[in-house]
Each structure stands twice: as structure tokens, then as C-alpha cells.
Write a protein that binds this ligand. Structure first.
Ligand code: AMP
Length: 298
């Protein structure tokens, strides 16, 4: 079982074309929708009293187990962001932790021994608490965020020594490594502990560094991007879903997982919130995969 520990949120998203108010979001949400295309996934998160049961039902219908989602008194986590004309640039305009501020993830026995775990963006203290609970995991990957690297650098560094891989964006890789060349930064992050380093570059694709190998992949070219929110978490969900399904963590398998991560992330950008993901099928992903492979052929 693939387990994801992360946020479940109401997002308010503003793009140059549209504003969507309090729509379903959160790192675990996006991860779950993407990963569930490949196999079962368990979500560990927290919601408030205001979180509709119909969203939890929608998770379950897509093959996500929500037994690890706690409901606490109070309001659900809220995040708001605005994209500039260049959709690669996003400003966070509001962050209300609410019940996410009291999040203390407790994993069931089945989840502890699930084998695969993704530590989505959250404080390194929470990530350490999850790592303490895992029993002989096969593969653990983590995300982090600029403010954790700035405010709690030592805890982030000790977390990196305990995981197999990280999936982070270019800015975070540069901050961690203290250098601006991306290949150099990714290699430097790998020297901090993780065997697998995936650096996401938004519309510019991604870069995988694993066991000294470097694998760059462009993003799937989209003519219109409606809302890139959650693309990184979708990438991570499809990446880990693909690895958990195959049980193979070789460099060849990692390259394939990057390919699927890229494809699912591209679908997510075609609509606001999780609207495109709700109906997305693995068949559609495979079809786009053929098109993408054709585009990449030399
Ligand atoms: P991404 O676009 O991949 O960076 O993911 C954006 C999602 O992460 C949104 O749905 C937000 O609700 C969620 N998010 C944003 N900031 C945080 C945070 N500080 N902690 C946890 N989740 C967050």
C-alpha cells in the first residue's frame, strides 16, 4: 500500500483568466488522485468540521482509503494563491493552517508496514514523526518547501538522511544546495542523503538524478494551462504510484516513473482544482504517453 501524509485543503486560486473560490485542494488530495490511477493509496491528513463528506466519498470512489483522515473540531486548512501572466510564477496570498496546525499523524499498523510512503509538504517535525512510525519501508520520498529550508534547515537536513528520495522544485533544490546550477544542485542534494532526487521545473519539465545518472524530461507541451496548482503533487503521486505498482526502483523504472509523473501533471493543468483528475483514466494517460514518446523521438 502506498501511503501519503499531507494536506487536505480548500484552495482559492486566481489566474489571469479566472478566480476559483474555496475549491478542493491540498498536497495529499492531488497526490491521491494521481497515485490512485496506478493502485491503492491511503491518505493520512486532517480536515475540519466544514469539510463535506462528499469529498471523502469522492476520494473513496477513486480507490483512496480515507481511514487515516482525521476530522478535528475547527476549520479545514485554507490556502490561496495567485498566478501571474507567466503561470510559472505563483504568489501565496493567504495561508490559514486551522486544523492542519494541530496535525499529528498516526499511522495504522497496515500503513506502517505499507512499504511505500510519500511525505508531502509539511513541517520536517511531522515528517520525522511519520518516519519514526514506518517499519522496514521499501521506498520513502519527501517534498519540502522554501520556508522549511529557511526556518528549520537542520531538521530538513536530518529528514533528507532518512528518506530514499526527494521531489522538490528548482528553487528548493538551489536553496538546499546553495548553488544555482540545477544539475549541480540536484547532485549536491543527493550528497545530502537521498538516492533519488527529482527536481521539478514547472512548464520546463523535470530533472532526475539517481545513482549518478542524470535524466532530463521536458513537460508535456500544453497550449493552454488553466490552473497548475497541485501539478507537483500529481507528479509525485503518479511517480510513486508507478513505482509501487511495479515494485522495481532501478534507474530505468525511475525514468519511466518520471514519464508518468509528467503526463499526469499535464492533465491536472487542464482544469481548476481536481476537476480533470476526477474522470482521468490510465487509458487516457497511456494515449498521451504515446503522443509524448513520438514527440521525443530523435
Ligand atoms: P503544488 O502546486 O504542487 O505546489 O501544490 C499546491 C497544493 O499544496 C495546494 O492545493 C495547497 O492547498 C497545498 N499547500 C500549499 N501550501 C501548503 C503548505 N504550507 N502546507 C501544506 N500544503 C500546502
Amino acid at each position: 500500500m502506498l501511503v501519503c501524509v499531507g494536506s487536505i485543503a480548500f484552495d482559492t486560486v486566481e489566474t489571469p483568466d479566472r478566480r476559483a473560490e474555496e475549491v478542493l485542494g491540498g498536497s495529499a488530495t492531488y497526490f491521491g488522485f494521481a497515485a490512485s490511477l496506478f493502485g491503492p493509496v491511503g491518505l493520512v491528513g486532517v480536515v475540519g468540521e466544514d469539510f463535506p463528506q462528499e469529498h471523502l466519498d469522492a476520494f473513496e470512489r477513486r480507490g483512496m482509503d480515507t481511514a487515516g483522515v482525521q476530522r478535528l473540531p475547527g476549520r479545514t486548512f485554507r490556502w490561496a494563491g495567485r498566478y501571474l501572466d507567466d503561470m510559472n510564477v505563483r504568489q501565496t496570498t493567504n495561508l490559514e493552517l486551522n486544523v492542519f496546525g494541530e496535525f499529528d499523524p498516526v499511522l495504522s499498523d497496515a500503513y506502517r508496514s505499507g512499504g511505500y510512503c510519500f511525505l508531502a509538504n509539511g513541517s520536517p517535525a511531522i515528517q520525522h514523526r511519520v518516519l519514526d512510525q514506518l517499519r522496514q519501508p521499501k521506498l520513502v520520498l519527501a517534498d519540502t518547501m522554501n520556508h522549511w529550508i529557511t526556518d528549520t534547515r537542520d531538521e530538513v537536513l536530518s529528514m533528507l538522511r532518512r528518506v530514499d528520495g526527494v521531489i522538490i522544485n528548482d528553487e528548493e533544490a538551489m536553496m538546499l544546495a546553495g548553488r544555482s546550477n540545477l544539475v549541480g544542485a540536484a547532485r549536491a542534494v543527493a550528497r545530502l542523503g537521498p538516492r533519488i532526487v527529482v527536481v521539478k521545473k514547472g512548464a520546463h519539465g523535470s530533472l532526475l538524478v539517481a545513482d549518478g545518472n542524470v535524466f532530463p524530461l521536458p513537460a508535456f507541451p500544453l497550449e493552454e494551462v488553466k490552473d497548475p496548482t497541485g501539478a507537483g503533487d500529481c507528479f509525485a503521486g503518479a511517480f510513486m504510484g508507478c513505482l509501487a505498482r511495479g515494485g522495481d526502483h532501478s534507474v530505468a523504472a525511475l525514468r519511466r516513473a518520471v514519464f508518468y509523473g509528467t503526463l499526469v501533471a499535464s492533465f491536472n493543468c487542464e482544469a481548476f482544482s481536481v476537476e480533470r483528475l476526477r474522470t482521468l483514466t490510465l487509458d487516457e494517460v497511456e494515449q498521451r504517453g504515446k503522443l509524448f514518446a513520438d514527440m521525443l523521438r530523435l
